[in-house]
Ligand binder design. Structure first.
Ligand SMILES: C[S@@+](CC[C@H](N)C(=O)[O-])C[C@H]1O[C@@H](n2cnc3c(N)ncnc32)[C@H](O)[C@@H]1O
Ligand code: SF4
Length: 375
């Protein structure tokens, strides 16, 4: 079982807060699909013979690709790999790119999950974040995708925004749950290095939310989503039963994946491999038939830390027996020592050999998890 991720490194414009790798130029876009297919063939041995369960087009803005490019990439994967009978095929899309024709095409190529970057349903927020769409367009995009047969629709929302407040966030959530969505990714804003937003922060042009406001908004997220039957299954992800992201869940469960395109990462259980964060470098390598990755062979400690970071972010938690089996009794003992401290505090719950951070404490999970890491 494995996954394939395709990083589409194009955006029509850059949003103020975002540091995902993408370029605003359309240079080379018409040839992007061909190069991804070439990379797919070049790196065919990476995943050995395992069956592909999930395919994920992320970005950047995958909805800027021509439909034919998306179709060709999916066909090449199907030709070169054994794809399971019921794969999850996801495409991230910006609401302003959604047209009836595009959605119909995606459905006909087998894309069965659409992840729409709504971010907020407040036009003031959207403008200040540098988004190209307005709230009406996001609502229209979700409804159109639903009308044309998409059952599995996810939206991205952000909270902890400097211009916003808890009332607007509450209204955003209420709006979100009136829509036919089955999955919600809700991210607390992070001030990323090198973004226009962090520059504004350093100049005092934006004021970050207080810790109390962050907690209040996180609690609103939990209350309103739970009232609507959504399960908080990972720090930033909530869904109706049966609609947890299979692709992301496989990252959190150490399932191997192949990442294609500039800045994409891959993992095969032995190494983590990174493609260059440069579209030019990536294109040059692929055109020359050279695998573009930089390889980092994982030490047992890296693997243990990966296991802890990913599993403790989810409602499924970490299993001390798995740690003992894969990383030895010493590491299991150390894990238990830390886990018991958090169990006593009522932050971590123990069920047999499984320990999980209770979802109501997900907001502080980064600090808790760092306490578990082997150094
Ligand atoms: C790959 S990005 C965007 C996909 C798509 N291009 C879009 O804009 O809708 C995935 C999501 O990460 C979130 N995100 C990006 N930068 C963030 C930041 N600095 N803090 C919190 N969330 C962020 C946004 O919700 C975004 O939709
Ligand atoms: S949030 Fe999406 S559209 Fe905006 S810059 Fe990032 S990847 Fe591009």
């Amino acid at each position: 079982m494995s996954g394939i991720y395709i990083h589409v490194p194009y955006c029509k414009s850059k949003c103020d807060y975002c540091d995902y790798y993408s370029v605003v130029t359309s240079q080379g876009r018409e040839n992007f699909g061909n190069l991804v297919e070439k990379e797919l063939i070049l790196r065919q041995g990476y995943l050995s013979d395992s069956e592909i369960e999930t395919i994920y087009f992320g970005g950047g803005t995958p909805s800027m690709l021509e439909s034919a490019q998306i179709s060709d990439i999916i066909s090449t994967i199907a030709k070169r790999y054994s794809v399971s009978n019921n794969p999850e095929i996801t495409l991230e899309a910006n609401p302003d790119d959604i047209s009836e024709e595009f959605v119909r095409n995606l459905r006909s190529f087998g894309v069965n999950k659409l992840s729409l970057g709504a971010q907020s349903f407040s036009d003031i927020d959207l403008k200040k974040l540098g988004r190209r769409h307005n709230a009406k367009q996001a609502i229209k995009a979700v409804n159109l995708a639903h009308k044309l047969g998409f059952v599995n629709i996810s939206i991205d929302l952000m909270y902890g925004l400097p211009y916003s407040n808890s009332r607007i966030w509450e209204e955003n959530l209420i709006q979100a749950f009136t829509l036919p969505v089955k999955h919600l990714s809700a991210y607390h804003l992070v001030y990323e290095e090198g973004t226009p937003l962090i520059l504004k922060l350093s100049k005092g042009l934006v004021v970050p939310v207080s810790e109390d406001q962050s907690v209040e908004q996180f609690q609103l997220l939990q209350e309103i989503s739970s009232m609507n039957g959504f399960i908080h299954y990972e720090v930033s992800n909530l869904a109706k039963e049966g609609f947890f992201s299979r692709h992301n869940t496989s990252y959190w469960k150490q399932v191997p994946y192949l990442g294609l395109g500039p800045a994409a990462h891959s993992y095969n259980g032995i190494s983590r491999d990174s493609n260059p964060k440069s579209i030019i470098e990536w294109q040059k390598s692929i055109k020359n038939g050279v695998i573009p990755t930089e390889q980092e062979v994982l030490t047992p400690q890296d693997k243990l830390n990966d296991y802890l970071v990913t599993s403790l972010r989810t409602m499924w938690g970490a299993n001390v027996d798995t740690i003992a089996q894969n990383f030895g009794d010493g590491n299991a003992k150390q894990f238990l020592h830390t886990a018991e401290k958090y169990v006593k505090l009522g932050i971590v719950e123990q069920r047999d050999s499984v320990f999980r951070i209770l979802p109501k404490h997900f907001i502080t999970s980064d600090g808790i998890i760092s306490d578990f890491l082997a150094v």
